[in-house]
Design a protein around this ligand. Structure first.
Ligand SMILES: NC(=O)c1ccc[n+]([C@@H]2O[C@H](COP(=O)([O-])OP(=O)(O)OC[C@H]3O[C@@H](n4cnc5c(N)ncnc54)[C@H](O)[C@@H]3O)[C@@H](O)[C@H]2O)c1
Length: 342
């Protein structure tokens, strides 16, 4: 039997990407054995399609069943505490879809509970594990472009049509999409954020939350991250991730952040410009598998995965600071301020 038996909580859209990613990448360490969803049609269709041996309509029954020792929590953002605390009490390791929580204070409480129990919590910011970002991380670590000073990450997409729970979210664009871009800026910068200023607009006629974000993150006095994320780019979709360091620059360009092909260009002051082709078939799905693989490996070794819950608190700090700044019309909000909101 495999070391880890995985249960999926939430069998909706993203669950298909997860199970396919795990089966492609993480199969040596774990197997999905159970699905859980209160929607019986969704649960049965999913469990039949992937031939799962156990199915549950209630999260408590799955957690109590003893059938799983790892959970992937793939539900809308409101479903977090009711699953995370009981699962931690049972010693179950958890991969939580982004956003980690509805606010920083909740995320902190999850991290504290997991650390006390000795279970592994990771947050599925899997877009860190896309091939262009892995290549950019290697370029930074090799010192080819020196230390990052400015990281600019923009995505222009046509996401004007969406439905379901997303239309009800007060925290929309930042919390459920550009949180990925913020997490990438922060992890590539390798420094803690200190202050954020943000402008948002809610341009969708049928959604409660924002659909455009323009944001600046300060990392101390020296380094700066910027991000523009628009769901209203009707044509010419584009995703750019650019790093300017003390010795040169590197940039990934692609149609959308989830696409397989990416063109990476690197030019250090001491070298010739070079281009790296970062194509990986099924990169988005594979990144889900890499994300689970990191968690399972850490659980086996008694270590922490790179996207662990405590690490994600800094991403959640940026998110909370961004919403507070937007509420204040774009005024600068320090991370110290949001850390002290309980
Ligand atoms: N990492 C990524 O790239 C990525 C992409 C899309 C969505 N997501 C995240 O995945 C999560 C789910 O998004 P989705 O697009 O799959 O939504 P979805 O609406 O397609 O699916 C959510 C499923 O959760 C189920 N559910 C609701 N309450 C539940 C409960 N208490 N217990 C068990 N199941 C429950 C619903 O019945 C539904 O089937 C969100 O947090 C979203 O932000 C992440």
């Amino acid at each position: 039997m495999d070391e880890f038996r995985i249960g999926l909580i939430g069998c909706g859209g993203i669950a298909h990407r997860h199970i396919n990613g795990y089966r492609a990448i993480a199969h040596d360490l774990g197997t999905v054995v159970a699905g859980c969803d209160p929607n019986s049609g969704t649960l049965d269709k999913f469990s039949d399609q992937y031939e799962l041996s156990h199915r549950f309509s209630d999260t408590k029954d799955l957690i109590e069943s003893g059938e799983v020792n790892v959970i992937a929590l793939l539900t809308p953002p409101a479903v977090r505490a009711d699953v995370i605390f009981p699962a931690i009490e049972k010693g179950i390791h958890i991969l939580i879809e982004k956003p980690f929580a509805e606010n920083l204070a909740d995320a902190e409480s999850f991290v504290e509970a997991a650390e006390q129990a000795g279970t592994v919590l990771a947050v599925n910011q899997q877009l860190r594990f896309m091939p262009d970002v892995i290549a950019l991380r290697d370029i930074i670590e090799s010192d080819e472009i020196g230390s990052p000073r400015v990281i600019t990450h923009d995505q222009f997409q046509n996401r004007t049509q969406f439905g379901g729970w997303r239309t009800e979210e007060q925290r929309l664009e930042i919390s459920i999409f550009s949180i990925h871009l913020l997490d990438r800026i922060r992890s590539l910068m390798g420094k803690s954020p200190t202050a954020v200023s943000t402008v948002t607009r809610a341009w969708s006629p049928f959604a409660k939350g924002e659909t455009l974000t323009a944001l600046t993150i300060q990392f101390g006095d020296e380094c700066v991250g910027t991000m523009v994320s628009s769901w209203h780019a009707l044509t010419q979709t584009e995703c750019r991730l650019r790093i300017d360091g003390t010795k040169g620059s590197a940039q990934s360009l692609k149609g959308l952040v989830v696409h397989d092909p990416a063109t990476l260009t690197v030019h250090s002051l001491n070298g010739e410009p070079r281009t790296i082709d970062c194509f990986e078939e099924n990169a988005f799905v594979n990144a889900m598998g890499k994300s689970m693989n990191h968690l399972l490996h850490a659980a086996r070794m008694g270590t922490q995965p790179p996207h662990n819950g405590r690490d994600n608190l800094e991403t959640m700090q940026i998110v909370d600071a961004a919403y507070l700044s937007a509420e204040r019309g774009g005024a600068l909000v320090t991370i110290e301020e949001v850390k002290n909101i309980k």
